[in-house]
Design a protein. Structure first.
Length: 649
């Protein structure tokens, strides 16, 4: 008996380099699909024994769908759920290279299908060379075969990866606009708009919703962008391992970030507006954009589709760019500014119309959320053989319910496999979704005696920021802030505006949440934001007055530091927490005309706000105050950001 250890990459190089959410989702799905092909190949060599995959336990539905005879209409997997690394128990005569050949054959078969459908008539000889080179040499596959099982060989695969045998080819010419460093497919040697247009314009004219004008892609990026159109055409392809591979129908629409940012605005607009007013806006927007979101299944809008008359269901299918005035003004997004301005005027009339009846109604927020979560300290427990089955079972239970929680909060799941989660959500729902997922994770490991927790990172990103930058940034937020700086079992949040990072806040989870007897686990920052939002209805505009100088007020309460960060002397006021609350309570009263709350209720709210502004971290399992109980304004500014739903007033 032997043990096969496998990993497939590059993960970041393939998944996170994306210009659209569909690229992001597509990269994740394809990586899962190829990992599933590897697992299936191993199972075929072990007489189709599903138990041969020891860790993690494979998603059985995803693996079953690789075979046409096991596919069931209506239950097709649509999200990546198979980790790119696994361990299998195999026979002594197991052939690792046969599994590698199966992966390469699956990838090549899909790529060949796309090339045949989309590029065959346009490709020149140089295009064919670029395509063949990139498709053949992209994937970094590492594996080891060991005779032993247990702690002594747990790092064998990591040692193998350190050999650095993956050497991407040198790439000449004009580079891909999605995947950095790779040559685009025309073969043009240097930037030349006319030569590039001669190759790409005919291709783009046949796929306007999939390929923007002047968008030049390499082979891998082109596969990510187009594979959903043809995946189901891959039928009973003969694999080197002696089995047949098939694809299945996938959704052609993945919600854009502009759509995700505006789903709650759209929900409220449809519910609140007169039908004639919304229809006028819809007609103007439809003349400008495609109705790209027909297949997007966002829970809050799906609820409306179920109760709306048939004629009006199309209202939820508009391109999300039509929700945002600053996007409508962008000539790069909408070259026909005559139509764009008509849509903008209709949008303004719609918003003004609703605001007359609903004063707190605002235009669509220009922010969406990327949520990334990852288990803490699982690696050191995975190497212990007695823990592996318990971990596999717990992670399987966790993964099975992730999509439920994401959809419950009107989000879109990109990937859930093992202890990793990646999703897009509306601004309003992201924090509570993360808290619910953490509670679910802890419940899955309850009784296993394995001390693991779940850290999370949320990037609230402005629509003007490139998606690739946002995806890179959220990885840093999770690894460096939530895990390393704050000490794991933590949540970290960043607000990224076009000018840079505006807010960064993190806390250990148990300080960021509380348990309400009726509502369950609630996020304190969310509760505070709702309280301030409700107060704003009583005294409109107070938020700006109170929060405007909050950094300045906190500097009075904090110790004074020199240029190297060392404390020179204590704060100007020799105050403790009670005095901090007193000062900020008076500042709050001075910022407003009236309040529906009593003095005790107001003080409690200010105290709760300041508590979220004191940075604490976990050190050796204990939560400790950072920097002598200093107050950091980012916690308060995050409350304001959430209270205003990302809209500056």
């Amino acid at each position: 008996m032997k043990y096969f250890h496998f990993t497939l990459g590059p993960v970041q190089g393939f998944v996170s380099q994306a210009r659209r959410t569909r690229d992001f989702w597509g990269g994740s799905f394809l990586l899962s699909w190829l990992s599933a092909v590897a697992m299936k190949s191993v199972r075929v060599q072990t007489n189709n024994d599903p138990g041969c995959i020891l860790f993690p336990k494979a998603d059985p539905k995803f693996l079953d769908f690789l075979s046409l005879e096991k596919q069931v209409n209506g239950s097709e997997p649509t999200q990546g759920s198979v980790p790119n690394r696994f361990k299998a128990e195999v026979a002594d005569d197991f052939e690792p290279l046969l599994a590698i050949k199966d992966i390469q054959s699956a990838w090549t078969a899909l790529a060949d299908l796309i090339f045949e459908r989309d590029l065959k008539d346009s490709a020149n000889e140089e295009t064919r060379k670029i395509w063949a080179r990139q498709i053949e040499q992209f994937w970094d596959i590492s594996w080891v075969l060991t005779d032993r099982d247990g702690d002594e060989d747990s790092s064998a695969l990591d040692r193998r990866k350190n050999w650095r045998s993956y050497m991407p080819p040198d790439e000449a010419g004009v580079k891909c606009m999605m995947m950095e460093g790779w040559q685009e497919l025309s073969g043009v040697e240097r930037p030349n708009r006319k030569e590039l247009a001669a190759f790409w314009d005919p291709i783009q004219s046949g796929m306007k919703t999939d390929l923007r004008e002047h968008e030049y892609l390499c082979a891998m990026a082109f596969v990510k962008r187009r594979f959903v159109r043809y995946f189901h055409e891959l039928k009973n392809f003969n694999m080197p391992g002696g089995w047949q591979l098939s694809g299945w129908k996938l959704p052609g629409s993945v919600p854009s970030v502009a759509y995700m940012a505006g789903v709650h605005w759209l929900e409220q607009a449809i519910e609140q507006a007169d039908q004639s007013v919304f229809q006028t806006y819809f007609d103007a927007a439809s003349k400008l954009t495609e109705q790209t979101e027909w297949e997007s299944r966002i829970t809050c809008l799906q609820r409306l589709r179920e109760i709306m008359p048939e004629d009006f269901k199309r209202w939820t299918s508009l391109d999300g760019n039509a929700f945002h005035p600053f996007v409508l003004d962008n000539v790069n997004t909408f070259p026909d500014q005559t139509k764009a301005q008509l849509a903008r005027q209709a949008l303004q009339k719609l918003n003004d119309h609703i605001k007359q009846e609903c004063p707190e109604f605002t235009h669509a927020a220009p922010f969406y959320a990327v949520l990334m979560m990852d288990g803490d300290s699982l690696g050191k427990h995975m190497g212990e053989k007695e823990n592996q089955e318990k971990i596999s079972d717990a992670l399987k239970n966790f993964t099975n319910r992730v999509q439920f929680y994401i959809e419950k909060h009107s989000g879109f799941l990109i990937y859930a496999g093992g202890d990793d989660v990646l999703a897009l959500l509306p601004l309003e729902d992201a924090l509570q979704c993360a808290a619910d997922l953490r509670m679910h994770y802890l419940a899955c490991f309850k009784g296993t005696s394995i001390p693991t927790t779940l850290s999370g990172a949320i990037e609230f990103a402005h629509l003007k920021i490139p998606l690739t930058k946002v995806l890179y940034d959220v990885h840093h937020l999770l690894d460096d802030i939530a895990k390393n700086k704050t000490g794991r079992d933590s949540i970290a949040v960043r607000v990224q505006k076009p000018g840079g990072v505006a807010i960064e806040w993190s806390l250990p989870w148990e300080l960021a949440i509380y348990h309400d007897p009726l509502s369950g686990c609630l996020v304190k920052i969310n509760v505070l934001a709702e309280q301030f939002r409700q107060e704003n209805k009583v005294d409109e505009g107070f938020s700006g007055k109170f929060f405007y100088k909050i950094r300045e007020r906190f500097s009075i309460l904090n110790p004074v530091r020199d240029g190297t960060g060392n404390i020179q002397h204590d704060s100007l006021l020799d105050s403790g927490k009670a005095e901090d609350v007193d000062l900020m309570y008076m500042e709050y009263l001075n910022s407003r005309k009236s309040s529906a709350l009593s003095a005790a209720e107001l003080r409690a709210k200010i105290e709760a706000l300041l508590d979220q502004c004191r940075i604490r971290k976990r050190v050796d399992g204990e939560i400790k105050m950072d920097s002598q109980s200093e107050l950091f304004a980012d916690g308060a500014l995050l409350v304001r950001f959430l209270a205003q739903k990302g809209i500056e007033r």
